[in-house]
Design a binder for this molecule. Structure first.
Ligand code: DC
Length: 225
């Protein structure tokens, strides 16, 4: 049996995970959040007291890490690190930075590649990340590059943080986002970029429902659903 795949890449705050999750539910596909996997490695590095940017510190940790996923009935992807549910812990701000740093280490990317591809060999998937259309699943039936202007992405993230009770300044959120965008798109290995054949969807002027409609129409058209 061959499975179908939808790859969604783009910078943080473009709405990838919210939209991919909704799309997966609508189509009955498995949603795979690959950023959560890099975050789990970032968390492991922090916990072991290793600098997340240091390959000599991070790479020896990998073979001993047991990283697994499980899906809640509502489709939420839970991440486990050595058996501990770290789904919440990996969302901390310091872990976002650590994830971005470990993800620039080529050996980390190579190590996680097979794990990501296995999901797509065994399920219909919607996978989101930075290099899904370019490296992980270049043969995906539909590839989407989802983006929005940095100010719009920072506004959304700022609102989200305030709603969660985390007091932050908009300017700080924007700067953080620009730093992470820069790092993710200028690294030597698998930098963030629009894959060949990927459809560009810019959500700057679209709300969530409008963005969803754009994606579901693309999916139906490309996958013949
Ligand atoms: O999507 P996210 O913010 O949860 O991702 C966390 C970090 O992991 C992000 O800075 C870039 C990196 N990442 C990556 O390099 N490749 C992926 N496929 C997914 C995430």
């Amino acid at each position: 049996m061959t499975y179908r795949a939808i790859a969604i890449d783009g910078p943080s705050g473009a709405g990838k995970s919210t939209l991919a999750k909704r799309l997966a539910k609508e189509l009955g596909f498995l949603y795979v959040d690959t950023g959560a996997i890099y975050r789990t490695v970032g968390l492991a590095a922090l916990r072991q007291g290793v600098a997340p940017s240091d390959p000599a510190g991070v790479l020896p940790l990998l073979p001993a890490l047991v990283i697994t996923t499980a899906y809640a009935p509502d489709g939420l992807q839970h991440m486990y690190l050595n058996g501990e549910d770290v789904t919440q812990a990996i969302r901390e701000h310091r872990v976002s930075d650590a994830a971005s740093q470990v993800s620039a280490i080529p050996g980390v990317r190579a190590y996680l590649l097979e794990m990501q591809r296995r999901f797509a060999r065994e399920n219909d998937v919607i996978m989101d990340g930075r290099d899904i259309g370019t490296v992980v699943l270049p043969g995906a039936a539909l590839k989407i590059y989802l983006t929005a202007r940095p100010e719009a992405r920072a506004r959304r993230r700022h609102k989200e943080l305030l709603e969660r009770g985390q007091q932050t300044e908009y300017e700080a959120v924007l700067q953080d986002m620009l730093d992470r965008d820069y790092r993710d798109s200028h690294r030597a290995v698998a930098p963030l970029r629009q894959a060949e054949g990927a459809v560009l969807v810019d959500t700057t002027e679209l709300d969530l429902d409008e963005s969803f409609l754009a994606l579901i129409n693309l999916a139906k058209e490309r996958l013949g659903l």
